[in-house]
Ligand binder design. Structure first.
Ligand code: HEC
Length: 115
C-alpha cells in the first residue's frame, strides 16, 4: 500500500514537472528566428505588407506548426516556403509558431487598423 502511494506520488511529480516544461514553446527565441529569416517576407510582427506573403500575426499556433511541417514533408508544395521550412528544427517550428500566434493581427473585420 505504501509503495502504491509512493508510486502515485512519483508519477504525479513526473507529470507536473516533466513534459510541459520540455515542450513549452519559446516565443522569445522564435522572435529572434523570425527577425533573422522570416521577417523579410512575413513582416517582423507577422503583419506582411505585401499581398505576395500571408500574414501570420495572430494565426493559430497549431495551424502554423501544421503548415511548416507540411512544407517540410512536401505535402504542401510551395517553392518559396519548402526550403525555409526544411531549414527549421522541430524546436524552431514550435518557437516561431508561438511567436507569430502571440502577435496582434492588424486586420480587423477586413479593415486595416492603424497604429
Ligand atoms: C522569401 C519569402 C519568404 C520567407 C523568407 C518566408 N516565407 Fe513563409 N511564406 C512565403 C510565401 C510566398 C508563402 C505562401 C506559400 C503557399 O502558397 O503556400 C508563405 C507561407 C507561409 C506559411 C503558411 C501560411 C498560411 O496561411 O497557410 C507559414 C506558416 C509560413 N510561411 C511561415 C514562415 C516562417 C516561420 C518563415 C521563417 C522561418 C518564413 N515563412 C519565411 C514566403 C516566405
Amino acid at each position: 500500500m505504501k509503495n502504491l502511494t509512493v508510486g502515485f506520488f512519483v508519477a504525479f511529480i513526473t507529470f507536473v514537472m516533466g513534459s510541459p516544461v520540455a515542450v513549452a514553446a519559446n516565443a522569445a527565441a522564435g522572435k529572434e528566428k523570425v527577425k533573422a529569416v522570416c521577417a523579410a517576407c512575413h513582416g517582423q510582427d507577422g503583419n506582411s505588407a505585401s499581398a505576395e506573403f500571408p500574414k501570420l500575426a495572430g494565426q493559430h499556433e497549431d495551424y502554423i506548426v501544421k503548415s511548416l511541417k507540411a512544407y517540410r514533408s512536401g505535402e504542401r508544395n510551395a517553392p518559396v516556403m519548402m526550403p525555409m521550412a526544411k531549414a527549421l528544427t522541430e524546436e524552431d517550428i514550435e518557437n516561431v509558431a508561438a511567436y507569430f500566434a502571440s502577435q496582434q493581427s492588424l486586420v480587423v473585420y477586413g479593415y486595416q487598423r492603424f497604429r
